[in-house]
Design a protein around this ligand. Structure first.
Ligand SMILES: [Zn+2]
Length: 168
């Protein structure tokens, strides 16, 4: 299953220390910058996003970055999303309406797939549209994903067998 990485990683050892070789000066440690692999603009260690191309930046091995943003591993997890399958119309509609690009983790994506398979695309699309209407009142489009996932799982539990996806 494809996950989508929407960030870049700058590794202090690889991209600063090894790059500079004998020119590396440990007393300058917190001041070093690296270039963004996407747009080659300078990225300093206090940035969690490239100021030029806006891609989220994770510094590994930087004490400055860690002090500001916490564990690089936790941030990677947070920024890795699991987009719905290409032919999953309901799932893609769900993402479009929520403004997200994918499910937060592999478990969510699997639960969604399982439930949609059980209830069928038509029913799943109805759920997405209904939930998105509900959440609109809350002004929280991102809440659509967990909400829709819950509703679709409950619907699947009540569904005895798979219905054909074309039932018009
Ligand atoms: Zn950039």
């Amino acid at each position: 299953m494809d996950d989508e990485q929407l960030y870049i990683v700058i590794n202090f050892r690889r991209d600063v220390i090894d790059m500079l070789g004998e020119h590396y000066d440990a007393s300058m440690r917190d001041q070093y910058e690296a270039s963004c692999p996407m747009c080659s603009e300078s990225v300093s260690q206090d940035m969690d996003r490239c100021h030029c191309c806006e891609i989220p930046v994770i510094w590994e091995g930087s004490r400055v970055w860690k002090r500001l943003y916490g564990s690089p591993e936790a941030m990677k997890k947070k920024l890795t999303v699991f987009p719905p399958a290409e032919d999953d119309v309901a799932g893609n509609k769900l993402m479009a309406l929520s403004g997200l690009t994918g499910f937060a983790n592999i478990t969510q994506r699997r639960e969604w797939d399982r439930a949609v398979k059980k209830v069928g695309q038509d029913k799943a699309i109805q759920v997405v549209v209904w939930v998105s209407g509900q959440e609109k009142h809350q002004k929280n489009p991102r809440g659509i994903v967990p909400h829709a996932l819950n509703v679709i799982k409950m619907t699947a539990r009540r569904t005895k067998r798979t219905r054909p996806t074309t039932q018009s």
